[in-house]
Design a protein around this ligand. Structure first.
Ligand SMILES: *[C@@H]1O[C@H](CO)[C@@H](O)[C@H](O)[C@H]1NC(C)=O
Ligand SMILES: *[C@@H]1O[C@H](CO)[C@@H](O)[C@H](O)[C@H]1NC(C)=O
Ligand SMILES: *[C@@H]1O[C@H](CO)[C@@H](O)[C@H](O)[C@H]1NC(C)=O
Ligand SMILES: *[C@@H]1O[C@H](CO)[C@@H](O)[C@H](O)[C@H]1NC(C)=O
Ligand SMILES: *[C@@H]1O[C@H](CO)[C@@H](O)[C@H](O)[C@H]1NC(C)=O
Ligand SMILES: *[C@@H]1O[C@H](CO)[C@@H](O)[C@H](O)[C@H]1NC(C)=O
Length: 501
């Protein structure tokens, strides 16, 4: 099976060169092929026609090099009065006319906005959403204005707005006028139950947020960590990923500890506290090693024991949700270790197209210890298959989550959203203009460093990828059913195993 996977890895760049016009078909075929190959040794019937096929080519550069003028952060004139530079181009001219299809997970954009598809979004809906929002972002003629309602935790709002400003620099003149509300907390806020049935007061307000769940209508948007989480020393995603890729080279998969590893703060969720019982003890060894992250201690000690690039030491790594979704997911998956994913309730913008047994191993919430023990033993018995899952998970984070794709996701989400607006956005009376200079020039050392690192220095030389059409309802149901079926199959193995042993 490992041969098949290897073949696939080598073959697809060639496919890409020759068959650009049929790439989607080819890649669909290839991913179904790999999926099928992986499922074959698991004795699970192959699922066809699910929305799992991924276009994994958007992050591959064409190899053509363009000379581009760079516009680095220029604080010389702006640090005192904090005005915005008018040096930066207000339009961009893409040199390549042909565009690539976006990854498959972009299709969820349509799903997230479907609620407002027929009604559109009115000014009244926005105003009713204000009590749930931390801030309001308005974009007019390519400039951004922010009205702040509530403080955010740490710098979540700052780095989120920074990210949007970088999108404006990547595609100047292309992001349409819009008016949106943003919530930066953990919990989901726009609950379906409040807007369903005979007692439904009104149509739900649209609210941008970092995560969603089946019971909520929050519109998911990339979280702040893609531009850095300064308080805990987590670099912008591009730099962090580079460091993790280097870190994971230090110990080959076979030479890593043959156990599952988790390090984090348990006291943010009951499930995480419950998880502590799975740790090695005199009585049990569930094949998992757990470590508490004490952020206050880490801050005091200069983050010497919390560097993510030093945590690719075990063959398996556990992902378990915090209060809701956890930003740790992408760092965990980037290690090349097998991600053992405790069944999540929440999703972020990229996780809904990940497939169990292809990108991660599913772990139930109820039987965490047992399931992990089995998964680790299974993988240690079948190292090739286990490594293939680890590698596919890492590949997903590297390619699907390239910053280009992150920006393109933001672009398409905002663009589709703006089409629904029934009114002309206006600058709110208490809003202030923000730009890279006003945010970075007067900022603190590490914050400024992360902003400079993650700054977009020149306009793109190509258009955003092409947004794929919405899923039809059957396809979504089929994909949910398939996930469920795979998880059930894994559970069946586990039950059989523990009945025998
Ligand atoms: C910085 O901006 C000022 C005014 O906008 C300009 O005169 C100066 O040349 C810029 N410096 C650099 C290094 O780009
Ligand atoms: C929204 O409505 C349009 C037509 O009004 C339709 O073509 C489109 O498929 C709908 N989108 C979704 C996600 O249902
Ligand atoms: C945006 O551009 C239009 C057309 O150039 C102009 O009429 C309008 O005043 C501008 N609005 C703002 C807020 O700059
Ligand atoms: C889990 O067990 C390991 C090994 O005994 C120990 O080093 C670690 O501190 C334990 N973790 C927790 C959270 O108790
Ligand atoms: C962190 O570790 C490095 C090298 O291991 C050491 O030189 C440094 O003093 C440590 N920093 C702190 C704050 O403990
Ligand atoms: C792993 O291999 C051992 C030895 O062959 C076997 O006893 C055990 O059942 C296997 N475990 C799993 C989960 O495949």
């Amino acid at each position: 099976m490992a041969e098949h996977v290897k073949l696939f890895h080598c073959a697809w760049p060639y496919a890409l060169k020759g068959l650009v016009s049929t790439t989607v078909t080819v890649l669909l075929f290839f991913s179904l092929f790999v999926f099928a190959a992986l499922l074959n040794w698991m004795d699970i019937p192959i699922i066809r026609g699910t929305p799992f096929g991924q276009a994994i080519f958007t992050s591959i550069s064409s190899g053509v090099h363009h000379e581009r003028i760079e516009y680095p952060l220029n604080c010389s004139e702006h640090v005192v009065d904090l005005t915005c530079s008018d040096n930066y181009p207000s339009m961009f001219e893409p040199e390549e006319s042909n565009t690539e299809a976006c990854p498959d997970y972009f299709r969820w954009i349509h799903e997230d906005l479907k609620q407002w598809n027929s009604s559109g979004i009115t000014k009244d809906m926005i105003e009713r959403g204000i009590p749930s929002a931390d801030n309001r972002l308005v974009i007019i003629n390519g400039s951004a204005y922010v009205e702040k309602y509530k403080p955010s935790y740490q710098t979540r709002d700052v780095f989120t707005i920074w990210g949007i400003l970088q999108l404006l620099r990547l595609y100047p003149g292309k992001v349409p006028d819009l008016d949106l509300l943003f919530y930066t907390g953990d919990n989901t806020v726009i609950m379906k139950r409040d807007y369903n049935g005979p007692n439904a007061a009104s149509t739900p307000p649209p609210l941008f947020h970092y995560c969603g769940e089946a019971a909520a209508l929050d519109i998911v948007f990339p979280d702040w960590t893609f531009w850095g989480w300064a308080e805990v020393n987590i670099m912008p995603w591009e730099q962090m990923l580079r460091a993790i890729k280097k870190g994971r080279e230090r110990i080959k998969w076979e030479d890593r500890e043959p156990y599952a590893f988790w390090k984090g703060n348990p006291y943010v969720a009951a499930d995480r506290v419950d998880f502590l019982k799975c740790n090695l003890s005199d009585k049990n060894d569930w094949n998992v090693r757990l470590y508490k992250q004490d952020w206050n201690k880490e801050v005091a000690e200069g983050f010497n024991h919390s560097r993510l690039e030093d945590q690719c030491t075990h063959r398996y790594k556990v992902y378990i949700e915090g209060a809701t979704w956890s930003v740790s997911e992408k760092y965990i998956m980037a290690c090349d270790s097998v991600t053992l994913m405790v069944k999540p309730i929440y999703y972020d913008f990229f996780s809904r197209s990940m497939v169990p047994m292809q990108h991660f191993w599913p772990i139930s919430r109820e039987n965490k210890c047992r399931d992990i023990k089995f998964a680790v033993e299974w993988g240690n018995n079948r190292t090739h298959e286990a490594q293939a899952i680890g590698r596919a998970g890492s590949k997903y984070t590297e390619e699907m989550l390239s910053m280009r794709n992150v920006y393109d996701y933001m672009f398409h989400l905002l663009n589709e959203y703006s089409k629904l607006l029934k009114f002309k956005p206006m600058i709110p009376p208490n809003a202030r203009r923000v730009c890279s200079e006003t945010m970075a020039c007067s900022n603190k050392d590490l914050w400024k460093e992360f902003m400079v690192q993650s700054m977009v220095k020149s306009p793109s030389d190509k258009l955003p990828c092409t947004l794929p059409p919405p899923y039809d309802l059957q396809a979504i149901q089929a994909s949910l059913d398939a996930r469920e079926r795979i998880a059930k199959q894994v559970e069946k193995w586990e039950t059989e195993y523990f009945e025998k042993n």
